[in-house]
Design a protein around this ligand. Sequence first.
Ligand code: PGA
Length: 254
Amino acid sequence: MASRAKFVAGNWKMHGSLESSVQLASAVSEGTASLSGVGVIVCPVSAHIVSVNQAIENSSVKVGAQNAHHENSGAFTGELSASMLSDLGCEYLIVGHSERRQLFGETDQQVADKVEAALGHDVTPIFCVGETLEEREAGNLEAVINQQLSAVVQRVGIDAFAKVIVAYEPVWAIGTGKTASPEQAQEVHAMIRTMLSSHSTEVATAVSILYGGSVKPGNANDLFSQADIDGGLIGGAALDADSFIAICQAASAV
Ligand code: PGA
């Protein structure tokens, strides 16, 4: 993976008080200050973004959001746009997380809309793909990933992937404690890269592909050592500063 950019992003989901989010962000910024070779991103709830951004000012940690509406503005009660999040200092946006797809019915087309909206505001999408256990067991892994990827490639074009981070998150591994084995994860990461290389080898070689799904300090090193794994998207373990920092250290060390 030599020259590819590595990232560790913490997806805090709908957790934390304003106070605890600021504390966590400060601890992460202190604990990762000396690390090199890894981009560290924290994604708090949108309501905490401004305060978290202040807490990590002058550090290399960046802030991301967990969701955005694809339109810039309009009569969409309760929604936030990528441009508004960008105004708040968000440089990253998680798009197409399986919880958005499963619990909020986001389709591949809506995911593509959001990736396009983020790119339009210089916000880097962390674009998530992943199969359910049923899909994997039915032998549909490749088809599912291909469909999720293709919807976005068709919309924004392969060259735009120079500014996209992909995250492979098998749904069966998210929040379950069941991590994909490093070999299972590597196999899918390589598959994603091959799919992208059918459009552009150059872009496919350069794109960072993160693994997500029960990454912990104890398994991070084995996962991040795989040839096509360029860091992680971390849920549960990102809520504990020491665990998250240890995972960032593992990414920095490989
Ligand atoms: P997890 O979540 O690390 O708690 O499995 C990962 C994610 O949902 O991005």
